[in-house]
Design a binder for this molecule. Sequence first.
Ligand SMILES: [Zn+2]
Length: 320
Amino acid sequence: MSTQLDRMRLNCRLVTRVLGEEVFAATLDLGNQLPTELARARMVCIPILISATRDMIDRKMRGPIVARGPSINAIAASLDLPFETVRRNVQRMADLGWLAIGPGGGVSLPVPMPRALAEWCVDLGRRLRRAAATMEALGATDAMSLERGTCDNSCTLAALDLFLIMAGTSNHFRLRYTELLLVHFVCSASVAHLNELPQGSAPFARVDTVPDAAERAFVPMADLARMLGISRSTVYRLVSDAAQADLFERRGNGVRASDRFLTSGAYVEALELVAGRTATLFSRIERHRCGNGCTALDHVLRRPRPWRQISTLSSSAQIG
Ligand SMILES: [Zn+2]
């Protein structure tokens, strides 16, 4: 009997593409929420902030004991970023009220956390539900894999986990996070119509099932720069870098992932990893029963307890 895990792994290109679109769109949203002082460092600040947010929600959901947040060293190691880069940016975010550094050096969110961040978290949970519905419609997951009543907190936590898992696939390619984001983004954007017809019928897991070149568009570099919020010269440099020459194929000012990259063992392995972990996270959401910890963002959003899924975010009057 095929399990949800089997099914998602079999459709790993599709799963990663659908998740990728939501995760990357959410990343760009968060980038736009950040204070302008952090704009130039957003590709470093975003994963740090996501890591601290994930830690906070996870600790609250585990119970009332609030331990200190992770150290700068632990964040740097988990994101595979240089210690000094993380330290400098954590300090800048703390100065701007987006992070707090405890007396023991633990990094956490300030109390209350920035409201823009709390609202972004709720939206992120929504994005995960939307991705699950899309995957279901395309035949890549079981029906009703994330049911309507599912807890917001648990969906947000899973989406934050997914972000970190996707960011963590940089180890497969020896790329930095910005480069990896660009690669995933190009892959997603250029195969937007993958598997539309017949729905869910094609296995995309194997090396030999890479979408036909005719189905993969060249994405204009100017669009990439705008969508990712990085300068055109940075995009141009990343795409033209000799070390990445194998990753991309160019035509004029457009770029798409190369056949060689899409069929590489490392890429397929990363897709399978993302799909497998997604199936596990969906199971975790299904098993979750709301408890006292499901209040992580309530204080900021002034929401009634216990927190249950609501159709729209509280009106601004209620948020106060
Ligand atoms: Zn809950």
